[in-house]
Design a binder for this molecule. Sequence first.
Ligand code: ZN
Length: 196
Amino acid sequence: MLSNIKDLLYPSKCIGCGVWGRALCDRCLSKIEGFKLYKDMFAFGLYEGVLKELVHSAKYLGYAEPLKELVLAFRSDIEGIKSKVDLIVPVPEDPSRRRIFNHVLYFAKLLGLVLDLGVSVSLYKVRSTPPQVGLGKSDRENNLRGAFSAKESLEGRRVLLVDDVSTTGTTLEECSRVLLESGALEVQRLVVAVNP
Ligand SMILES: [Zn+2]
């Protein structure tokens, strides 16, 4: 009933095909590859089509309904990693590119609800770094070296490190290193989409 009233007041349009009803319709959801391990990280698919639209919308427009629909649609698959992790940590924002809406933190909180786990903003960025786009592998690593730090000990915790998109994996790699240095037992990685 409540959701019917909400639909009347704030009708949703599918981000993939524009049909009215939900922020992400079943037809568009069915085109998404699905929640699974892509090499060394969990993701819903490649960074293209609906997944790309959905990340853009959350990141640049602060509209995250489609992201919420995605997480809820794959809820039971996501629950499959519950036994492997006990704390969720989002990749922090760059201080110079901070937005009103932190979509990665929101994504981490959605996962926290599904997995019934806490979200800790233990990681933070010590210094601002230029975007990684267009840099070679060693430049990317140098760019991020020492850029992240952890606020607290993560002794014995099995961390689920969360970000929106992984392009080269350098950010996740560097954040994992910091988490492990801070005592984390293991780090699993999870993103919305993998950029091939
Ligand atoms: Zn659609």
